[in-house]
Design a protein around this ligand. Structure first.
Ligand code: PHE
Length: 345
């Protein structure tokens, strides 16, 4: 190169480009050597002022220098960009060998699945849902149900007393008395799902807290055929068309006659197996015709009105429905258990 100034610029540019460590450095080089205010631009504007015989060579030299610097800069810029991208990628690497944090959707506890289904079945038969307190008085839990003080039937339902007159209800039956009291002699058709409590040693089949659905129908001309038909329909809807029920005579102070209702065993079809303890049937509920004393005590004329009542253990139904091995699983909230009942999307 003949022009010394141009040679110097080129040398300096090479050094600066070489020394550039970042895209920003190289952008500075671009600015310094190629922008309008650069020395090189100043030199190209000299071209016009030169005598014509020098113009061509000098012009060519300026152009050559400029394009050399430009290509060195672009080459370096590309390298730096690639380096920077590689560094960024390395920094942002996601360790895909780590298990992700998944958001698992929740689902209903099988207890509630079954409870809601039971309620739906009875709503479909024209029942409405009634409610009552879990902390009851002795009067509603026992006396108005024909279980006076010192009645031996009290022993069947060992109780959590709060004081002499208040206790945690041992069954949902006190809602019968509350409902009759409110209905003041009018027809009734209610169910009441709710928690109940009995002093018990917890094990696979016993829990000090469990739940029942109470049913009560009071009207003129109600007979045991209505009770049987209602429970039969319930059993078929809950457990399948092929299921049959059996009424066994039993005893509750607040119903007369009283029955215990069994359903034929789904496991063996009635032949007898481990699940039904060889009997072919499994007990699912207690019920009966409302005792005339209960009707009278709660404001009904027992000559004119009659009724039936039943109490179904909700966990019991859920256990039979799903083949669950331990009643405590409903309350422990172990997700490994609960996930098995999650509705598939
Ligand atoms: N309350 C009874 C129990 O808990 C069940 C029942 C309800 C029986 C209604 C008859 C009528 O065992």
């Amino acid at each position: 190169m003949k022009n010394e100034k141009l040679a110097q610029i080129l040398e300096q540019a090479k050094l600066d480009i070489e020394a550039s460590k970042t895209s920003e450095d190289i952008a500075n080089c671009r600015n310094k050597y190629l922008a309008k205010k650069s020395e090189l631009s100043a030199m190209s504007s000299l071209i016009g002022s030169l005598p014509p015989e020098e113009r061509k060579d000098f012009g060519a030299e300026v152009f050559q220098t400029k394009s050399q610097i430009s290509s060195l800069i672009e080459e370096k810029a590309k390298d730096l960009q690639a380096q920077e991208l590689a560094a960024k990628l390395a920094k942002e690497t996601i360790d895909i060998s780590l298990p992700g944090r998944s958001l698992t959707p929740g689902g209903k506890n099988p207890f509630h699945v079954v409870k809601d289904e039971m309620i739906d079945i009875f709503l479909g038969m024209g029942f409405t849902v009634a409610d009552g307190p879990e902390v009851e008085t002795d009067k509603y839990n026992f006396e108005l149900l024909n279980i006076p003080q010192d009645h031996p039937a009290r022993d069947m339902q060992d109780t959590f007393y709060i004081n002499d007159t208040e206790l945690l209800r041992t069954h949902t039956s006190p809602v019968q008395a509350h409902t009759m009291e409110k209905a003041v002699g009018k027809p009734i058709r209610i169910i009441c799902p709710g928690k109940t409590y009995r002093r018990d040693d917890d094990d696979a089949t016993h829990s000090h807290q469990f739940a029942q659905i109470e049913g009560l129908v009071v009207d003129k001309g109600i007979n045991i055929g209505h009770l049987k038909a209602t429970l039969e329909l319930f059993a078929k809807k809950m457990f399948g068309e092929k299921r049959e029920i059996r009424l066994r005579s039993s005893y509750f102070p607040f119903t007369e006659p009283s029955v215990e209702v069994d359903i034929n065993c789904a496991n063996c079809g009635g032949k007898g197996c481990n699940m039904c303890k060889g009997t072919g049937y499994i007990e699912i509920l207690g019920g009966g015709m409302v005792h005339p004393n209960v009707l009278t005590m709660n404001g009904y004329d027992a000559e004119e009105y009659s009724g039936f009542a039943f109490g179904i253990g909700i966990e019991r139904v859920a256990i039979l429905r799903y083949g669950i091995d331990d009643i405590r699983r409903f309350y422990q909230n172990d997700v490994r258990f609960l996930h098995q009942f999650r509705k598939k999307a």
